[in-house]
Design a protein around this ligand. Structure first.
Ligand SMILES: CC[C@@H](C(=O)O)C(=O)SCCNC(=O)CCNC(=O)[C@H](O)C(C)(C)COP(=O)(O)OP(=O)(O)OC[C@H]1O[C@@H](n2cnc3c(N)ncnc32)[C@H](O)[C@@H]1OP(=O)(O)O
Length: 254
C-alpha cells in the first residue's frame, strides 16, 4: 500500500506534509488519518522544524474531504461518530500544534479539506483554486470540528456564510471573507516568501506565541465544542438526505 502522507523536511526550517491520494483528489481515508497523525508527532519532536506546511499532491486538489466511498459503509450515528471523532481528534491536535502551521492550497479544497485548512494558522491558495464547505449540500455539517475552529478564526458572519451556503468559492472570494490569507499568483513556490521572516525567528518565540492561542482554546474548551460538532454531524449522517447525496456523488448523478 503506498504512502498517503509524504513528509519532506526542508533545511530552511519547515516540514511539508503532502496529502498523497491523487486518484481520489487526496481524500482522507483511515490510512491517511494514521499517517497524518504520525507526521504531526514527528514534526512536534523535531527541534529543527519551526513551521509545518500542509499541501496536496499534484495540481488538482489540496484535499477533497472524507473518502466518500470508504466511509459510505458507515450508516448509523454511532458508526459515523467513530470515524468523525477520530479525525476530529487529529484536527484538534493540528489546531493546537505547538508551532505555526500553514495550509497551502495547491488545488481544490472541499468539505473536510476546508476543515483541515481551517485548523492551520494560515491559509495560502494558488490563484484560481476552488474551495468550499460543501457539507450542507450533502445533508450534513462539518464533522471533524472544523466549524468550531473556523468560528475562532474569521468573523462569524463570514464563517456562517461559508458554512450555511455550502457552495464553492474562488480563492479570491474566500480571501474577501477572510478565510484565505494570501492568493499566490504564478508559481506556487512563491508561497515561501510568506514564511521568510517567520523562519528567521527563534523557535522558542514562535512556540510562545502559539502557546497563547492554545491556552485560550483550552480555557474555552475548543476540544469539547469540536466533539459536540462531530456528534451533531453523526446524527445527520444517518438521514436519507445524506445517504442519497453521497449515492448521487458516487454514481455521478449529482
Ligand atoms: C466525511 C467527512 C465530511 C466532513 O466532516 O467534512 C466530508 O469531508 S464530506 C466530503 C465532502 N467532499 C466532497 O463532497 C468532495 C467531492 N469531490 C468533488 O467535488 C470533486 O471530486 C473535486 C474535489 C472538486 C475535484 O474535482 P475533479 O478534479 O473534477 O475530480 P473528479 O470529481 O473527477 O474526481 C476524481 C476522482 O476522485 C474521486 N473523488 C473525489 N473526491 C472524492 C471523495 N471525497 N471521496 C472519494 N472519492 C473522491 C472521484 O469519485 C473520481 O473518481 P473516479 O471517477 O473513479 O476517477
Amino acid at each position: 500500500m503506498s504512502q498517503t502522507v509524504l513528509v519532506e523536511k526542508n533545511e530552511r526550517g519547515y516540514m511539508k506534509f503532502i496529502l498523497h491520494r491523487p486518484e481520489k483528489r487526496n481524500a482522507v481515508s483511515y490510512q491517511l488519518m494514521e499517517e497524518f497523525e504520525a507526521a504531526l508527532d514527528q514534526a512536534a519532536q523535531d527541534n529543527d522544524v519551526k513551521v509545518v506546511v500542509i499541501t496536496g499532491y499534484g495540481d488538482r486538489a489540496f484535499c477533497s474531504g472524507g473518502d466518500l466511498a470508504e466511509f459510505h459503509s458507515l450508516y448509523t450515528e454511532e458508526e459515523s461518530y467513530g470515524m468523525l471523532s477520530k479525525m476530529g481528534a487529529i484536527l484538534y491536535k493540528l489546531a493546537v500544534f505547538k508551532k505555526p502551521t500553514i495550509a497551502l492550497l495547491n488545488g481544490s479544497a472541499v468539505g473536510g479539506g476546508c476543515e483541515i485548512a481551517s485548523a492551520c494558522d494560515f491559509r495560502l491558495a494558488k490563484s484560481g483554486v476552488k474551495l468550499g464547505f460543501v457539507q450542507a449540500s450533502l445533508g450534513i455539517t462539518t464533522g471533524w470540528g472544523g466549524a468550531s475552529i473556523l468560528l475562532e478564526k474569521i468573523p462569524y458572519q463570514s464563517a456562517m456564510k461559508l458554512l450555511l451556503n455550502g457552495t464553492i468559492y474562488t480563492a479570491e472570494a474566500a480571501k474577501e471573507l477572510g478565510f484565505i490569507d494570501e492568493v499566490i499568483q504564478g508559481d506556487l513556490e512563491e508561497w515561501e516568501r510568506f514564511v521568510d521572516t517567520i523562519l528567521n525567528r527563534e523557535v522558542g518565540v514562535l512556540m510562545a506565541y502559539k502557546n497563547l492561542l492554545i491556552n485560550k482554546w483550552e480555557e474555552t474548551d475548543l476540544k469539547g465544542r469540536m466533539e459536540m460538532e462531530s456528534r451533531q454531524c453523526a446524527k445527520l449522517w444517518e438521514t436519507d438526505a445524506h445517504h442519497q447525496a453521497v449515492d448521487s456523488f458516487l454514481n455521478k448523478t449529482k
